[in-house]
Design a protein. Structure first.
Length: 257
């Protein structure tokens, strides 16, 4: 089985599992879904899946990279709508002169970076495929700062195990998007804080001014509209303890492909 078929099988399996979880709720079993016992079963299953994925996938495995001719004509802008606050819209008009990336949490040197400062750092460019759990894929060219460089500058403390991405976009109820990955995945050479897409600044629809690229995981892990990074020791420090906006709604935390 080719890697692409493996990726598609995993994506389809997760999609079916999510539909199944939704049917449980729609069938009137939401009380069961919310019980500690049922949640423990789900968490145990995900933990087993994550351990199996780690055993089967070398931590330094590189995602496939493509050529310029493979870049997709269209790259969907799905997920939450772009932020529409006056501050965001004004900063977009001013080419993000006021935007700052805050880096805090369990680090020795909390820092703050402007977009201009990030662009002066050593960068990486890669052409990769984005695989969405909804069933579509697209290839784009990304340029940005390897997250490993930021980690080097802020010096995470020994107890730091995860990086949380705080974002500017919200849903209709005002819930801010957030996501998290392990420190191990954050140090992967293809994990980028991307500011360019296809040789131009990342469009607003695709996450401007800065978005995450974590190429060995499904698309919902690729946080957009990033405003801050927070280093934490455990999931208990991350909102509802599940590690991300979509994870709080039933998605798996580890979405390796």
């Amino acid at each position: 089985m080719t890697q692409r078929k493996v990726n598609r099988w995993r994506r389809d399996f997760l999609h079916r599992a999510l539909q199944g979880a939704g049917l449980i709720v729609l069938a009137g079993c939401d009380k069961l879904y919310e019980t500690e016992t049922f949640q423990a079963i789900l968490n145990t299953a995900e933990g087993a899946n994550r351990r199996i994925q780690r055993l089967l996938t070398p931590k330094d495995k590189l995602a496939q990279e493509f050529g310029e001719k493979d870049i997709s004509a269209v790259f969907r802008a799905n997920g939450n709508p772009a932020p529409n606050t006056p501050e965001y819209l004004a900063d977009a008009a001013n080419r993000w002169s006021a935007w700052r990336l805050e880096v805090n949490g369990l680090v020795v040197q909390p820092r703050e970076f402007s977009l201009a400062q990030l662009k002066t750092m050593p960068s990486r460019t890669q052409i990769t495929r984005h695989d969405c759990v909804e069933g579509w894929s697209a290839i784009a060219k990304w340029k940005g700062v390897p997250l490993a460089r930021i980690i080097e500058l802020v010096q995470p403390k020994a107890e730091a195990k995860y990086v949380v991405f705080r974002c500017l976009d919200t849903n209709s109820r005002g819930d801010h998007y957030y996501e998290s990955i392990s420190l191990e995945d954050a140090l992967h050479p293809q994990t980028l804080l991307a500011y360019d897409m296809n040789d131009k600044p990342v469009p607003v629809a695709n996450g401007a001014p800065l978005r995450l690229r974590v190429e060995n995981q499904l698309g919902y892990k690729h946080a957009k509209y990033i405003r801050a990074l927070e280093f934490v020791a455990s999931f208990e420090q991350i909102e509802k303890g599940k590690g991300g906006y979509w994870e709080d709604r039933g998605y798996e935390w580890y979405a390796g492909i």
